[in-house]
Design a binder for this molecule. Sequence first.
Ligand code: CIR
Length: 267
Amino acid sequence: MLVTTRLVAITRAVSPRIGQCELTHLERQAIDVERAQAQHGQYEAYLAGLGCELHRLPAEPDLPDSVFVEDAAVVLDELAIITRPGAASRRLETESIAQALRPFRRLAFIQPPGTLDGGDVLCIGHAIYIGLSGRSNQVGIEQVRLLVDPFGYRVEGVPVTGCLHLKSAVTQVAEDAVLINRDWVDGRIFRELKLVDVDPSEPMGANALLVGSTVVYPVAYPRTRRRLKEAGVAVQAVDVSELAKAEGGVTCCSLILRRTVTDGQAG
Ligand code: CIR
């Protein structure tokens, strides 16, 4: 019997109300919705080009931040944890994400008073680093710990300062390497890995999306992109400037999960 693994990317169309998004560290700027939608479409095309099977959810017009699907769930091979986002305005986003994930995974749910944003959860092998940020709290972290302990994962709470989420400060860019802004997170936590530092002139540049062995990365940070290339990382540059005005990066626009397919199983 032939068993293969495919990547599924869940995305959601940009809400026409994205201009009313949550903002924490950025000044509000007008967002060109059509341009944001076009950039999002290009991002999806790159994911497809990297081998992801796209599951595109329709826009949730009344939920301005709902394009940022990463925050609504944490998907492991064994289960999906539906989050309870730290921003109350984002809590309704999880309902449709739970529905979208149900065919693929057993679901578990973060319960009040726990809060968790997927943007705070960095999974590297069996280590799960969770940002203690303005969005994710200790109760949420403890709930994740209990849920994943049976599968052999180690959970580590990581203080984050100066940015929205842990993955604003550090993301995985290779099996054994992370891209990091050490002003926002303590690099010693990742000492078993290679550290690629963002260029000091590009503090927002630590958010990269690893798909297979390629990193999807914003065109806005050319100096850091050069550092990634020098470190041997293959980079697919993407323009997400309008989504960045909503404080979103490249990881937050998709949920990527592994799916095993047996023999000639369709789709
Ligand atoms: C928010 O503040 O929740 C959104 N405007 C941006 C969320 C970005 N998500 C992410 O980086 N995982």
